[in-house]
Design a protein around this ligand. Structure first.
Ligand code: PHE
Length: 467
């Protein structure tokens, strides 16, 4: 076998996979979905899906990767099921598309870090001016993509693993630092209460649907990122335990992000519940409202807290973009036999080009800003369109196909045998994984895929208003 590289240690692998999982999804999106979706009630639904549905899919991806030591396309071929190879290509397409716009949002975070470091807190009031300044965003996103490509070009052990080993501890430290600071703010406890007080009346079909999508995206599932990372894992690793640790880490960081964000919200609104509900609104909040809050901490402290926050966001995004870029890179290396450095830069360049319309879709160019209208979505800009296609549709579809493939094509006994390698005699978790991948995952992911397609693209509400 060609020298594809390997993770040097179990810890390195877990940090890299957790790095893939922990991203903009955890820190940017999660807290506000919780706020909007019934606080602790949403967290419970999210946790349920993370462990009951996502965890088995993660084990399946890791097992396919480790068994075959190939990228998603090569892996399906290597298992001898050429007809299912579309799963691999779907994964490549998802990675390609997600990375194209994810880089742009990451570039905003990176740009904010630089601006705040320079003392420019006004940036929050000029969000649109900032995102439509294509020269600046172009530059920040080139640097970001260049950094990602550099790490990936250095290989699995020397690049990806090393970056994760450096960045993940820093990331954790930043989160804890910001949580501790946020908890000292006036009204912090009101914020936490708003974040976590369970309101079960808010749990409806849509909230469940959101929690599920969030868990799936946040754990980097459905596109073969973890097939690819799994392909660099040694055979003495217990992948069931590893997947449990990765899931727990991801969920914990998302939870901590909420503990940091809601005291900020409460501080700004002086604990006014109604206002808290109004301001906490995803993209808008982080990029438009937060800089002003940081400014109000005053002088150097504001710069330190603000810069730390946006650096945290940048690092979280970075370890995710590394895994997104690794998927098509591994494909080029394994299947097209193109040397890694070269593969990396070619793919990164292509994805960067595909991302340009997203970069121009927040107001710079009308054509991309009002790109397309579906019956169920209203008019979407290019970036949201790609998000709808890749995040909301391709990922659950990919997860569905991976589950069916694992349980019924590769077959459950082969899957079980692969899990057992490095794990000794399988316990309850392994048994559950086998059961879930055959029944729970295909059913739930099938429903989600169907609902997404019908509701958004066709505008047909097949759930009777439930979602
Ligand atoms: N899990 C990442 C996040 O939460 C996004 C991601 C999805 C990364 C799919 C890799 C693959 O931001």
């Amino acid at each position: 076998m060609t020298n594809r590289g390997q993770f040097n240690s179990r810890l390195g692998f877990i940090l890299a996979a957790a790095g893939s999982a922990v991203g903009l999804g955890n820190i940017w999106k999660f807290p506000f979905e919780v706020g909007a979706g019934g606080g602790a009630a949403f967290v419970l639904v999210y946790l349920f899906f993370a462990f009951v549905l996502c965890f088995p899919v993660m084990v399946a991806e890791l097992a396919i990767g480790r068994k075959t030591q190939r990228n998603p396309v090569g892996a399906i071929k290597a298992l001898g099921h050429q007809r299912w190879v579309g799963i691999g290509y779907l994964g490549l397409a998802s990675g390609f598309l997600i990375l194209s716009f994810y880089t742009i949002v990451a570039a905003w975070a990176f740009g904010y870090f630089v601006e705040i470091l320079l003392g420019n807190f006004e940036i929050g009031n000029h969000f649109t001016a900032f995102t439509t300044n294509w020269l600046k965003i172009g530059l920040f996103s080139i640097v970001f993509m260049g950094g990602t490509a550099y790490v990936v070009s250095q290989g699995v052990g020397g690049g990806i693993e090393r970056a994760a080993k450096i960045l993940m501890p820093i990331l954790l430290f930043f989160v804890l630092f910001l949580v501790l600071y946020a908890l000292t703010l006036p009204h912090a406890l009101t914020g936490i209460e708003f974040y976590l007080r369970p309101d079960f009346s808010k749990i409806n079909g849509e909230v469940i649907y959101k929690a599920l999508g969030q868990a799936f995206f946040s754990l980097s599932l459905g596109m073969g990122a973890l097939i690819t990372y799994g392909s660099y894992v040694s055979r003495d690793t217990d992948i069931v335990r590893a997947a449990a640790v990765i899931t727990l880490t991801d969920v914990s960081i998302a939870f901590l992000a909420g503990l940091m964000m809601f005291p900020f919200v409460a501080y700004m609104t002086e604990g006014d519940l109604l206002q808290m509900r109004e301001v906490s609104g995803g993209a808008g909040f982080i990029f438009m409202t937060l800089p002003g809050i940081f400014q109000s901490f005053g002088g150097l402290l504001g710069v330190i807290i603000g810069a730390t926050f946006f650096l945290l966001l940048t690092f979280a995004a970075f370890t995710s973009t590394i895994s997104l870029l690794e998927v098509p890179t591994a494909y080029m290396v394994d299947e097209l036999k193109i040397e890694r450095k070269r593969s990396t830069w070619i793919v990164a360049g292509l994805i960067y080009l595909v991302g340009i319309p997203s970069m121009l879709s927040t107001g710079s160019v009308d054509f991309f800003t009002q790109f397309i209208t579906f019956p169920g979505t209203g008019t979407l800009n290019f970036m949201d369109f790609v998000g709808l296609l890749a995040n909301d549709t391709f990922l659950p579809l990919g997860g569905l196909l991976i589950s069916i493939f694992t349980a019924y094509v590769w077959r459950r006994n082969n899957f079980a045998a692969e899990i057992a390698v490095g794990a000794g005699k399988g316990g309850f978790l392994s048994m559950y994984v086998g059961f879930a991948i055959s029944y729970v995952c295909p059913v739930i992911l099938g429903v989600i895929t169907l609902v997404t397609i019908c509701n958004n693209f066709l505008g047909v509400d097949i759930s009777g208003g439930l979602f």
